[in-house]
Design a protein around this ligand. Structure first.
Ligand code: SAH
Length: 221
């Protein structure tokens, strides 16, 4: 499904992408750097060629292993909440298609991203566009564990529905850091923005309801 050959980014795709950015503005996304990243990254590269036209609709899409590429509004909202600064060290749980990873990488961070599905981890390895972002470091593993030997992180983002706030990820957040995680089981999750102050105290803010595939324990072969 994902391809090793470079794919074409035509004027049609670029035009559709501009329209998508306008939709995101209308839905309340204001961070110009985030909008610019979405305007730059060819989302259709991350989908099966059969879905190229739909790649710029504001909706989630199926990828391999029963997983999804997040809805563009969700990607924009989570990224905006992270208040990314260039050179931030960021941890992402749930690489999936690597679209969210590329949006973060475009913002100039060093991104560590973990995927628990071997199939998806291997797919992304063949993926041509990723060569443009050597600042993405990919790991096959269990996101509940985080990456203690690479932490602590300035920012952490979970892109699957966590049944509770994963404690090891909170531990791996720097003081002054921001952790964005959808929490809850069933069809809707609360998008929490968790901040750790200079004293290490945790603050939580609910930024609205979203819908994700579940964050599952352990790795899958
Ligand atoms: N950020 C992705 C969204 C993919 S959907 C994108 O832009 O395409 C969520 C992903 O989280 C799935 O690929 C799923 O396999 C992965 N996932 C679920 N639980 C996980 C865990 N414990 N550790 C790592 N990845 C996990």
């Amino acid at each position: 499904m994902l391809q090793s050959k470079p794919r074409e980014d035509s004027y049609l795709h670029k035009g559709l992408r501009k329209q998508l950015v306008q939709i995101l503005r209308d839905k309340g996304i204001t961070d110009e750097k985030v909008l610019d990243a979405i305007n730059t990254i060819p989302r259709h590269f991350f989908l099966d060629p059969a879905f190229e036209r739909q790649a710029y609709e504001d909706r989630a899409f199926p990828i391999s292993a029963d997983q999804t590429i997040s809805q563009p509004f969700t990607v924009a909202h989570q990224t905006q909440l992270l208040q990314i600064k260039k050179f931030d060290k960021v941890l992402e749980i749930g690489t999936g298609s690597a679209y969210q990873a590329c949006v973060l990488a475009k913002l100039g961070v060093t991104l560590f991203t973990i995927e628990r599905q071997r199939v998806l981890y291997d797919h992304v390895a063949q993926y041509f566009f990723l060569k443009e972002y050597p600042n993405i470091k990919r790991f096959y593993g269990d996101g509940y564990e985080g990456l203690p030997s690479y932490g602590p992180f300035d920012k952490i983002i979970v892109t699957a529905a966590a049944p509770y706030i994963p404690p090891k990820l909170v531990e791996q957040l720097k003081p002054g850091g921001i952790f964005v995680v959808p929490v809850g089981e069933g069809n809707a999750q609360k998008m929490l923005k968790i901040t750790k102050d200079a004293q290490g105290k945790i603050h939580e803010e609910n930024t609205g309801n979203f819908s994700f595939v579940p964050m599952l324990p352990g790795k899958n072969k």
